[in-house]
Design a protein around this ligand. Structure first.
Ligand code: NAD
Ligand code: DAU
Length: 352
């Protein structure tokens, strides 16, 4: 089987390919990635000599490029990770999100429609999406697959649009498509603009730990490999046309996460936990900040038999070890355009 993975040089895509290319050697994996700021080909160094892996530098907003790549690689399964993924960036500049997340998904769907006119039973389009499409929960309740869409940010609105297109292509053209909506991931290779790696690296550097608002927003955290296993399970056993929610049943307030990071770093490095915690700074809230996400993952658990393996304490410790042991990776990421973006967009955040 030929598996086209879009966005495979990003955080979740890298973890997915590193997990499955060496395991499923009879499948060919084609990684199509534009290599935006969020990508890092270095994440995939160990796959370079694998005969069942290749990299294609391409942009999903370019339909002609997609057509060429479909002609060359003849994919049977498309796993679509590629997207602009950071909410704060979507607030500062939504345009790229509309292009890559909506137009890019539309182009991929069109390519599938063109190249999979028949024998659709042997083909599958797996669209990797987010729980943010459902908007915000109050203090109680969970997102199910039937929760109405109510996105708050340009990022989540762009992902919601792409989900609607995928569903429409299934209903209208019979495209064998599946959608997954997953909660917040954490783990190795995550770009340090996201909460957990940002806080780990700031704490290690003795820099302020900027928590939005009062730190009371809740996210449902899932270790990235558990998400990857869920995606593989859905690709193998999911029913086309269906949606599967994926989550860790692991709700935490942001301020509690940051305190826990300080405690683990203190344990691992011999620093004073109170001194690390004193770096916590409450800053101006994110506009349109969703209060709480929590996933009801009972459908994927009952129907497909998936379960997360990692608990939060274990996953966080592994993640902190990874950032401690990969300082060169971090230093390369933290130079250049990342540094400029952080200074321009996060440099002037006011205390709340
Ligand atoms: P990421 O930002 O780390 O990586 C995105 C990848 O997509 C990068 O390699 C980038 O180069 C590539 N890309 C972006 N635009 C592209 C384009 N136009 N053409 C080709 N490649 C392009 O993102 P991530 O955190 O790995 O997320 C992957 C997917 O999973 C996204 O669709 C995201 O919405 C979804 N998701 C993420 C999370 C999370 O917590 N990170 C949770 C649920 C769902
Ligand atoms: O829920 C799934 C989504 O999770 C994915 O679809 C997105 O791609 C992914 O980026 C993530 O979105 P969030 O906005 O939840 O993640 P982020 O790491 O940006 O923020 C997590 C929480 O931490 C959120 O409530 C905002 C808060 N936060 C974030 C940053 C960067 C802070 O308090 N301070 C910060 O500096």
């Amino acid at each position: 089987m030929n598996i086209l993975v879009t966005g495979g040089a990003g955080f979740i895509g890298s973890n997915f390919l590193n997990l499955y290319v060496p395991t499923y050697t009879k499948n060919n994996f084609i990684n199509l990635d534009k290599l935006t700021y969020a990508a890092n080909p270095e994440n995939l160094n160990t796959l370079e000599n694998s005969s069942n892996y290749c990299f294609e530098h391409a942009d999903i907003t370019n339909y002609d490029q997609l057509v060429q790549l479909f002609e060359i690689h003849k994919p049977d399964l498309v796993i679509h990770f590629a997207a602009e993924s950071h909410v704060d960036r979507s607030i500062h500049g939504p345009s790229e999100f509309i292009q890559s997340n909506i137009i890019g998904t539309f182009n991929l769907l069109e390519a599938c429609r063109r190249f999979w006119p028949e024998r659709k039973n042997n083909k599958l389009f797996l669209h990797v999406s987010t729980d943010e499409v459902y908007g915000s929960l109050g203090a109680e309740g969970y997102f199910t697959e039937n929760t109405a869409y109510d996105p708050s940010s340009p990022y989540s609105a762009s992902k919601a649009s792409s989900d609607h297109l995928v569903r429409a292509y299934h209903r209208t053209y019979g495209l064998p498509a599946l959608i997954t909506n997953c909660s917040n991931n954490y783990g190795p290779y995550q770009f340090p603009e996201k909460l957990i790696p940002l806080m780990i690296l700031n704490a290690l550097a003795g820099n302020p730990l900027p928590v939005y608002g009062k730190g009371e927003n809740v996210r449902d955290w899932l270790y990235v490999e558990d998400h990857c296993r869920a995606l593989w399970t859905v690709a193998e056993k999911g029913i086309p046309g269906e949606t599967y929610n994926i989550g860790g049943n692991n709700e935490k307030r942001n301020v509690d996460i940051v305190n826990q990071i300080c405690e683990v770093i203190a344990e691992e490095t011999g620093r004073d936990p109170q001194q690390l915690k004193s770096l916590i700074t409450f800053v101006q809230d994110r506009p349109g900040h969703d209060l709480r996400y929590a996933i009801d993952a009972s459908k994927i658990k009952k129907k497909l038999g998936w379960q997360p393996k990692e608990d939060f304490a274990g996953g966080l410790q592994k993640t902190i070890h990874w950032y401690l042991n990969n300082r060169d990776w971090v230093e390369r990421i933290q130079s250049g355009s990342y540094k400029n973006w952080i200074e321009t967009n996060y440099g002037n955040r006011k205390n709340s």
